[in-house]
Design a protein around this ligand. Structure first.
Ligand SMILES: Cc1cc2nc3c(=O)[nH]c(=O)nc-3n(C[C@H](O)[C@H](O)[C@H](O)COP(=O)(O)O)c2cc1C
Length: 221
């Protein structure tokens, strides 16, 4: 099949777009209101977009509380949501009042951040502390003041990693069992069984291209 994605007349039961951009990592974003109320919500329009300096982005579809707090005080954290915390992650997405503390709602303990005010999820095996850099507004199909899409880009200034997931100087991501968002209400989970290594290709003397042999030298090319 093929369809015009602007008109969005796909003829399927549900819009397939998000089912095709999968898996997407989930940024579990915490912020604090100026009144000191903690806020926590998952965002899967989320990714790392640059390294050194490290930047991440997430998109608020319409103006949501996380965006409101970040616009007002410029700080957020992204905790890694994993198989162990899947229910808490889901609960924290409930559309509750701006003044509701979603850590409490989802029965999740906080752990203090070092460089920003919003805490991280204590049970998360890793978390990023971020300073707001820029928000890019992308227009909605129906133009209006508050119904655009707001891509929030933040610089990662501090990173927490639970030491128990560091072996031999390497982070064991698969052992953390991070969740991945797919389309519809579907999710995946990264595990050691579904993870594999593929070395970057190098050009041989005879011009052929093959994956480099031996252990990775630690340089991203
Ligand atoms: C796995 C998952 C991913 C989500 N991704 C997004 C997203 O990328 N953008 C968005 O606006 N809402 C997303 N949502 C919905 C928000 O989490 C939800 O609207 C939440 O109430 C927003 O919280 P806030 O108003 O405290 O920021 C997602 C929900 C779930 C469960």
């Amino acid at each position: 099949m093929y369809y015009d994605s602007v008109e969005n007349k796909h003829g399927l039961k549900h819009d397939p777009f998000k089912a095709l951009i999968a898996p997407r990592p989930i940024g579990w974003i915490s912020t604090v209101s100026d009144e000191g109320v903690l806020n926590l919500a998952p965002y899967s329009f989320f990714n790392a977009v640059a390294a050194r300096p490290n930047y991440v982005m997430f998109t608020s579809v319409e103006r949501k509380d996380s965006l409101r707090n970040i616009e007002s005080n410029g700080e957020f954290t992204c905790s890694l949501s994993t198989w162990d915390t899947r229910d808490g992650m889901n609960t924290s997405s409930a559309p509750v009042d701006y003044l509701a503390d979603e850590f409490a709602l989802a029965n999740l303990e906080t752990a203090p951040s070092q460089m920003v005010r919003p805490p991280r999820v204590a049970r998360a095996p890793a978390a990023l502390e971020c300073k707001h850099w820029k928000t890019i507004e992308m227009p909605d199909v129906t133009p209006g003041d508050d119904n655009g899409h707001f891509m929030i880009i933040g610089q990662v200034i501090g990173i927490y990693i639970d030491d128990k997931f560091i072996n031999d100087g390497v982070v064991n991501t698969a052992e953390m069992r991070p969740l991945a968002r797919m389309g519809y209400m579907d999710y995946g989970v990264i595990t050691p069984e579904t993870t594999f290594v593929l070395q970057r290709p190098s050009v041989q003397d005879d011009g052929t291209v093959e994956p480099a042999k031996g252990e990775w030298d630690g340089v991203y090319r």
